[in-house]
Ligand binder design. Structure first.
Ligand SMILES: Nc1ncnc2c1ncn2[C@@H]1O[C@H](COP(=O)(O)OP(=O)(O)OP(=O)(O)O)[C@@H](O)[C@H]1O
Length: 255
């Protein structure tokens, strides 16, 4: 076993992960994430970005390989300890917004804070501040079904940032947004991460999004490659939140 370097907040070595049906998603991926870094994980659809974020965050356990968060080995932890670590130290943004339908926007954004024991009044204020910063302050009292898909995604981003996690995992966080929205939301996200010292691991198949990161690691077919050339994502996204066809365009690989 190799000791993880001191300045990496996350460190993964030779990760192998396959899904329950046997589909291989990661085949020997190693990566280090430095403290306060914004690291983009880029690659075309199906290259293993989500699987890598899942392994790094302890959401899933790799069949082989190691994952360390500071000096804590995630790969040997049981599911309950990994769950607690995720709740207390990590944030997660999915490509499509998932909110509790019975709660309004600020209650949704405040939920992880309250689960961590933050008093309701303080949690409410923090949630409202983040909703405001993400231009969704006006919708704070609306239920998810009264908001547009892009507005719901902003609530999810506010919810992830409000707890000031040590590491924020963002899996195609701006997939449901239109191009103009995307730039604003990404800037807010990266500025917030930098000013609050949050480390970000950002999965993206969009070259413009990856350009906002400090560093990029590229994946292709579950393996790390030197570079992968991706076209910018198209102007529009579909109602389901999937990116336009240009986002799925084939990449060329330079080894
Ligand atoms: N639940 C699943 N069961 C079986 N195979 C899966 C499952 N989820 C993903 N895969 C497969 O695992 C591989 C890696 O998928 P993964 O979602 O990690 O890639 P990705 O780069 O995040 O793609 P995307 O941008 O489409 O989310 C792909 O071949 C994919 O088809």
């Amino acid at each position: 076993m190799v000791a993880p370097p001191d300045n990496d907040v996350l460190w993964a070595h030779a990760l192998h992960f396959q899904h329950n049906d046997g589909s291989p998603a990661l085949q020997g991926v190693s990566v280090g994430v430095r403290e306060r870094e914004i690291l983009a994980v880029s690659g075309p659809r199906g290259s293993g970005k989500t699987a890598l974020l899942g392994c790094l965050s302890g959401l899933v356990r790799p069949q082989r390989g190691e994952v360390w968060f500071n000096s804590v080995p995630l790969h040997t932890m049981g599911p309950i300890s990994r769950e607690r670590l995720r709740r207390d130290r990590f944030g997660w943004i999915d490509p499509a917004p998932v909110l509790v339908p019975e709660l309004n926007a600020w209650e949704n954004a405040a939920l992880p804070l309250m689960l961590r024991g933050t008093p309701r009044r303080r949690a409410r204020q923090l949630a409202l501040d983040w909703l405001e910063r993400l231009d969704i302050g006006d919708g704070a009292r609306r239920r998810p079904q009264e908001l547009r898909q892009a507005e719901r995604q902003r609530v999810c981003i506010a919810r992830a940032l409000a707890v000031a996690p040590s590491v924020l995992f963002a899996d195609e966080p701006t997939a449901p947004l239109h191009r103009a929205d995307r730039a604003h939301v990404l800037r807010t996200l990266t500025t917030a991460a930098r000013s609050h010292g949050i480390t970000v691991v950002l999965a993206t198949h969009d070259a413009e999004t990856a350009a906002l990161a400090d560093r990029t690691v590229a994946l292709l077919d579950g393996r790390r490659v030197k570079t992968v050339h991706l076209p910018p994502v198209a102007e529009t996204t579909t109602a389901s939140g999937a990116a336009g066809t240009e986002g799925r365009a084939a990449c060329s690989l330079s080894a």
